[in-house]
Design a binder for this molecule. Structure first.
Ligand code: ACO
Length: 342
């Protein structure tokens, strides 16, 4: 069990602060009814979404900076203490430089280095594993992991299959060595399956189809999703990995205080929670307010529940994601610190 987590020095990584930022502009289901042939009833019944946030001016880094500043404020430290910044995103400000270094510059994290990680809706879970392992080696003391996406930048607002699903947000956590070996990140399971590349992708803009007038005319710079195919795999994938991480740690749903699933569709969330035998009260759900914000959904839940003092020190938590790639995974952790407003 857990053969992939503990280094010889037995340092465990723990999340010690969380922060988030959502843009003010709300795009409601009734707004969308005026833009495409859809209805509030269809969107809520099929997805669980009522509204989503849209960043009207600025880029992914602008939201990420605000989330990181919130993390630092909640921990009571300055940006110069950060060692590394990892930004999980599929909507970087530009192909290069990394959005992480733009964030580093904007927050004034003078000694930090950083990089972007692209794993779509599993981006935060993948990045949290990478960041926690940097802490576990003993080499780094303060690693910031951001999940940030401006999905409105790659969403076709004439396509009713897609435009109802996505929103913009950023959220971030601070990882530090845990003061107590029982608290922090205990285990993880990550998967990938390249067969997903044919059902969920953005075709244009990369080296395969560099931008031309033709790629723009063919709408190749927007998300493409075969929703039904993705749905079938996501329901099974997220439920399987959530169950697997419980089983290999000899836990059941009764041992879990909070399940924090990626927020793509309420029906996918319910399927995973049911498989774990969890009551809805133990499941963090905010999809109705924000839609699918890709890499931001999981830390956004953590931030809202922690800052509302609902997520407490000692809580046993499972994070789980499923997204493009396919990429999917789960993380088991014990929450390390209570929120104190500063
Ligand atoms: N309003 C009204 N009708 C709609 C809408 C809409 N917004 N969108 C689709 N429909 C119609 C379809 O055209 C279809 O009509 P038809 O039967 O006449 O063809 C009907 O509703 C049913 O469409 P489905 O696609 O079968 O609807 P489904 O119940 O599968 O829901 C959804 C679609 C919400 C996209 C679902 O398939 C889903 O959630 N898929 C998985 C999403 C996911 O997890 N993505 C991974 C993460 S994203 C990432 O990594 C970037």
């Amino acid at each position: 069990m857990n053969d992939n987590k503990i280094y010889n020095n037995n340092i465990r990584a723990a999340i010690t602060s969380v922060g988030h930022y959502v843009p003010n502009k709300i795009l409601s289901n009734s707004d969308l009814e005026k833009m495409v042939d859809t209805s509030d009833e269809w969107i809520r019944e099929r997805t669980g979404i009522s509204e989503r946030r849209i960043l009207e001016n600025g880029a992914t880094s602008d939201m990420a900076v605000k989330a990181v500043e919130n993390v630092l404020k909640n921990r009571g430290i300055g940006p110069e203490e950060i060692d590394v910044i990892i930004v999980a995103t599929v909507t970087p400000d530009m192909f290069f430089p990394p959005t992480a270094t733009i964030v580093q510059g904007k927050v004034g994290a003078k000694k930090a280095w950083g990089f972007d990680l692209s794993a779509a809706c599993s981006g935060f879970v993948y990045a949290l594993v990478v960041g926690s392992q940097m802490i576990e080696t003993g080499r780094y003391k303060k690693v910031i992991v951001v999940g940030a996406d401006k999905m409105s930048a790659i969403t076709d607002y004439t396509d009713r299959n897609l435009c109802v699903l996505f929103g913009d947000a950023a959220a971030a956590v601070l990882l530090e060595p845990s003061e107590d070996d029982k608290l922090g990140i205990l285990d993880h399971i990550l998967y990938a399956n390249g067969s997903g590349a044919s059902v969920l992708y953005m075709k244009g803009g990369g080296s395969l189809n560099p931008p031309t007038h033709e790629t723009v005319d063919k709408k190749m710079h927007y998300i493409y999703q075969d929703g039904k195919s993705v749905f079938k795999v996501a329901v099974v994938g997220m439920a399987d990995v959530s169950e697997e991480i419980l089983k290999r740690n000899n836990l059941t749903g009764d041992d879990i205080d909070y399940f924090v699933p990626h927020q793509a569709n309420l029906r996918i969330i319910d399927a995973a929670a049911n498989r774990m035998g969890l009551d809805r009260s133990k499941v963090m759900i905010n999809i109705e307010k924000y839609g699918n914000t890709t890499a931001a959904t999981i830390p956004l839940c953590l931030s809202e529940w922690w800052q509302a003092n609902k997520l407490k020190k000692g809580d046993t938590v499972v994070l789980a994601s499923f997204g493009a790639g396919y990429t999917w995974g789960a993380i088991l952790l014990t929450w390390a610190v209570d929120f104190k407003s500063k």
